[in-house]
Design a protein around this ligand. Structure first.
Ligand SMILES: N[C@@H](CCC(=O)N[C@@H](CS)C(=O)NCC(=O)O)C(=O)O
Length: 205
C-alpha cells in the first residue's frame, strides 16, 4: 500500500490527500510535526527525504517521490485528472508550475508564518511584497474563473486540486477572499465533488 509522509497542516500534503480521496485509493499516513523539526532528524533525512521536507509519497517497493505536484501527476496518470489532449495537458502543467512559483510561496507562506511564535527581521521585511504577490495570484485566478468553471478544460484537473489546496485556506494568512467571488464559487464547486475530504481530516487531536 502507498504511504504518505506528511504534516496534517500542510497544504502541499493536502493536495495528495485530496486526490487520493477523490480516486478512492487507500494509503498509510505517517504524520510529522514540521514546527517541531521532525523532518530534520537524522533518521528522516537518511530514510525519508534528504531535503528535510514533506510531503513524500512512498511506493510499495520503497521508492519515494517528493514535490507535491510531481506526486499528483504520478498518481493521476491515465485518469481524467490529467487531460488527454496534449495542449490542455500542457495548460494544466502551466498552472502547476505557476502554483509553485507565484502562488504557494506567497499564499502558503503567509499562512505558515501565522503558526510561528514570532517573525524574523527578514520575514517581516518580506511581508508586504508577499502579500501583494499573493493578491496578484488570486486576481489572476479570479480572471480565469470568471470565464470558466475549472482552471483548464471542461472538468476538474490536477490544476484545480493543486491551486485549491492553499487558496481555500488563504484567509488563514489574512487574505480576504470576498474580493474574489469567482474563486469563492470555484472553491464551493470543488468542495461539492464526490469523496471530498477536508484539510483538517488528518488533524492531530
Ligand atoms: N515544493 C514542495 C514544497 C514542500 C514544502 O515546502 N514542505 C513544507 C511543508 S508544506 C515542509 O516540509 N517544511 C519543513 C521544512 O522546510 O523544514 C512541494 O510542493 O511538495
Amino acid at each position: 500500500m502507498l504511504t504518505l509522509h506528511d504534516d496534517p497542516i500542510s497544504g502541499n500534503g493536502f493536495k495528495i490527500r485530496l486526490l487520493l480521496a477523490f480516486m478512492g485509493t487507500p494509503y498509510h499516513y505517517n504524520a510529522y510535526d514540521i514546527l517541531k523539526g521532525e523532518t530534520h532528524t537524522p533518521e528522516f533525512l537518511s530514510t525519508i527525504n534528504p531535503g528535510g521536507r514533506i510531503p513524500v509519497l512512498e511506493l510499495d517497493d520503497g521508492r519515494r517521490l517528493v514535490e507535491s505536484n510531481a506526486v499528483l501527476t504520478y498518481l493521476a496518470e491515465g485518469t481524467s485528472w490529467i487531460p488527454s489532449d496534449p495542449f490542455t495537458k500542457a495548460q494544466m502543467m502551466s498552472w502547476l508550475f505557476w502554483e509553485q512559483y507565484s502562488h504557494e510561496p506567497n499564499i502558503a507562506t503567509l499562512r505558515f508564518w501565522k503558526h510561528l511564535p514570532e517573525l524574523s527581521d527578514v520575514q517581516k521585511a518580506q511581508l508586504l511584497s508577499k502579500r501583494s504577490a499573493g493578491e496578484a495570484a488570486l486576481a489572476l485566478m479570479e480572471m480565469q474563473l470568471s470565464h470558466t468553471d475549472w482552471l483548464v478544460g471542461n472538468g476538474p484537473t490536477l490544476a484545480d486540486i493543486a491551486l485549491y489546496a492553499y487558496t481555500h485556506v488563504a484567509e488563514e494568512g489574512d487574505y480576504d477572499l470576498s474580493s474574489y467571488p469567482a474563486v469563492q464559487a470555484w472553491i464551493s464547486r470543488i468542495a461539492a465533488l464526490p469523496n471530498y475530504v477536508s484539510i483538517t481530516d488528518k488533524d492531530r487531536d
